[in-house]
Design a protein around this ligand. Structure first.
Ligand SMILES: Nc1ncnc2c1ncn2[C@@H]1O[C@H](COP(=O)(O)OP(=O)(O)OP(=O)(O)O)[C@@H](O)[C@H]1O
Length: 215
């Protein structure tokens, strides 16, 4: 589960961003919507513990991660939260498999080749395991980013604009992969996006423009 309460964040020199109280249960698929600048990316970063709020709390699996010291929050994120960033952030000089191994290492988890092979297989990436990330097409890199986000079997899966600039066929593929992978981990999935095509796959909606939750 994922919960926010009285959450606000203020960038230096910016207006404070206030987020509506909200709770999402294990296995639910959420669409985080709202026009540009309403704070979707900021909220994902707060949920992942990459930013500390100015006030309020983020709870994940009944633990208040905003109370954790930063090293503990980093460890918690590695084990429990998968993130697909807008700019993917793969390590370009590492192979596809090494990018996934690194995600396990940073979370303090033991090596597990079988798990990495399984995830690459499921995402149609088995043939690319030894390819360096900078040699991938954009679509392949995006699937690797999803593979890296799920390799540690997260209970929360967050994705930032994963279908922006994709045609209908590729947008469908990415949406289905995210939903399938979230379901396989029984993770709460939260996808931040302007893309109305996603509504089909994401039955719950938190709209930041209106500060409201729609089932
Ligand atoms: N690093 C930063 N420093 C200062 N202000 C920032 C920073 N990042 C974002 N902001 C501001 O915070 C607000 C929310 O930004 P955020 O990127 O979270 O919105 P968003 O809804 O994800 O937008 P988009 O849909 O365009 O990606 C905006 O007004 C933005 O200008």
């Amino acid at each position: 589960m994922l919960q926010i309460k009285d959450l606000a964040y203020r960038y230096r020199d910016g207006q404070p961003l206030h987020f509506p109280d909200w709770r999402a249960e294990a296995g639910e698929h959420w669409w985080l919507s709202g026009p540009s600048g309403t704070g979707k990316t900021t909220l994902l970063h707060l949920l992942a513990g990459l930013l500390s709020p100015s006030s309020g709390a983020v709870r994940v699996n009944e633990q208040t991660i905003t109370d954790f010291p930063s090293a503990a929050r980093d460890r918690f994120r590695g084990r429990h939260i998968g993130l697909v960033f807008q700019r993917l952030h793969l390590l370009p000089a590492l192979t596809v498999a090494a990018n996934l191994e690194l995600a396990r290492y940073l979370a303090g988890l033991p090596r597990d080749h079988a798990r990495i092979e399984q995830v690459l297989e499921r995402l149609g990436l088995a043939d690319l395991a030894g390819r360096r990330a900078h040699q991938l097409s954009q679509g392949q890199a995006q699937r690797v980013a999803i593979a890296r986000a799920v390799v540690n079997r997260p209970s929360i899966l967050l994705a930032d604009e994963p279908t922006a600039s994709l045609d209908d066929e590729n947008a469908r593929r990415v949406a289905e992969l995210l939903c399938e992978q979230a379901a396989a981990c029984r993770a709460t999935l939260v996808v931040a996006s302007h893309d109305t095509r996603l509504a089909r796959w994401l039955p719950h909606r938190l709209d930041l423009a209106e500060g409201r939750v729609a089932a």
